[in-house]
Design a protein around this ligand. Structure first.
Ligand code: NAG
Ligand code: NAG
Ligand code: NAG
Ligand code: NAG
Length: 269
C-alpha cells in the first residue's frame, strides 16, 4: 500500500514537471526539454459561441476527466474572453497533461469573409488573447483565422488572415513571450485547397503560418484512412514546411455517428 502511494506521488510529480512548453521545429512539434516529438491527440472544446469554456471551472472539472479518458493531450478552443480568469481551468488542464491551441477571434470580432478587413479592433482583440494565454506553459499557439475562405469567391479574406498571422508572430517576438505558434485552420474545399495551403506557406519565414490546421469532415460512417480521403489529403502536404494537423475532423453528414452509438455510458453522462 505504502509503495503504491509513493509511486502515485512520483507519477504525479513527474506529470506536473512534464508540462513543459511545446516547440515547433520544421514540420513537427516537440517537447522543449528533451526534443521528443509531440503527437497531438485533440478535441475541439467549445459548447457555445459566446461562452468562454476556459473561464468556467465547474465545466472544466466535469469535462477534463472525460478528455483524459479519451487520452486527449490538446484541446482547441474557439472563443476566449481575454479579460476573464483562466487560471483554474488552465491548471486543471496542466494537471491532466493537456495543452491548448486557441482561436484569436470571437463570434463578433473576426475576419469576415464577406467584407474582410484586418483592422485595429481585431489587432487589439487578437493581442489581448495572446497576452492572456501566454502566461500558461500549456498554450501551444493560436489560430489567426478559421475557415475564412470557403469558396472560390471568398479567397480575398486570406490576404487579411495572412496579415494577421504576420502581425501576431511579430507581436509575440516583440513582447518577448516564449515561442508560441500562430496558424490558420482551413475549410476543406476542393476548388481552393491546394492554392490556399501554398499561399500560407510561401514567402519569408516571418510571413508564413507556424502550423496549418485542416478542418476535414470526410471520414463518414464505417470508413478507412484511405477510403475517407484522409490518406490523399495527408500526402498532399508531403512538401509543406510547417506542421499540418487536423484541426477538426470526423463527419458532419451522417447521423447518428456510429462511434457515438457504441460509446461507453461513462462518457455520455
Ligand atoms: C520528453 O518529455 C516529455 C514531457 O516532458 C515526456 O512525456 C517524454 O516521455 C520525454 N521523452 C523522453 C525520451 O524522455
Ligand atoms: C514554464 O516552462 C519553463 C521552461 O520549461 C519553466 O522554467 C517554468 O518554470 C514553467 N512555468 C510554469 C509556471 O510552470
Ligand atoms: C469577460 O470577462 C470579464 C471578467 O470576468 C467580464 O466582466 C465580462 O463581462 C466578460 N465579457 C463577456 C463578453 O462575457
Ligand atoms: C514534393 O516535391 C517533390 C520534389 O520536388 C515532387 O516530385 C513532388 O511531386 C512533391 N509532392 C507534392 C505532394 O507536392
Amino acid at each position: 500500500m505504502k509503495l503504491s502511494l509513493l509511486l502515485l506521488a512520483t507519477v504525479t510529480r513527474v506529470a506536473i514537471a512534464a508540462m513543459d512548453p511545446i516547440v515547433i521545429k520544421g514540420t513537427k512539434f516537440y517537447y522543449s526539454n528533451n526534443q521528443t516529438q509531440f503527437f497531438l491527440r485533440g478535441v475541439a472544446y467549445q459548447y457555445s459561441q459566446t461562452e468562454d469554456p476556459l473561464a468556467d471551472a465547474t465545466a472544466c472539472k466535469r469535462d477534463i476527466p472525460i478528455m483524459q479518458e479519451l487520452r486527449t493531450n490538446v484541446i482547441r478552443t474557439y472563443y476566449i474572453n481575454a479579460t476573464a480568469d483562466h487560471s483554474e481551468c488552465m491548471k486543471l488542464l496542466e494537471e491532466a497533461g493537456i495543452y491548448v491551441v486557441s482561436d484569436l477571434s470571437s463570434t463578433s470580432e473576426a475576419i469576415n469573409r464577406d467584407d474582410p478587413e484586418w483592422n485595429v479592433a481585431l489587432y487589439d482583440r487578437y493581442t489581448a488573447v495572446i497576452d492572456e494565454l501566454s502566461q500558461y506553459n500549456n498554450t501551444i499557439g493560436f489560430f489567426a483565422g478559421n475557415e475564412i475562405a470557403n469558396s472560390v469567391t471568398t479567397t480575398d479574406g486570406m490576404a487579411y488572415a495572412k496579415a494577421a498571422v504576420r502581425d501576431m508572430k511579430k507581436y509575440i517576438k516583440e513582447m518577448g513571450y516564449r515561442s508560441m505558434g500562430v496558424g490558420y485552420a482551413t475549410a476543406d474545399v476542393s476548388a481552393i485547397r491546394t492554392d490556399l495551403a501554398n499561399y500560407l506557406d510561401c514567402e519569408a519565414e516571418d510571413e508564413i503560418v507556424d502550423f496549418f490546421g485542416y478542418n476535414i469532415y470526410s471520414w463518414c460512417g464505417d470508413s478507412t484512412y484511405a477510403e475517407s480521403g484522409y490518406k490523399v489529403r495527408t500526402e498532399e502536404f508531403a512538401n509543406y514546411t510547417v506542421p499540418v494537423f487536423f484541426a477538426e475532423y470526423g463527419c458532419n453528414t451522417v447521423s447518428p455517428v456510429p462511434s457515438l452509438r457504441s460509446r461507453p455510458s461513462t462518457v455520455t453522462t
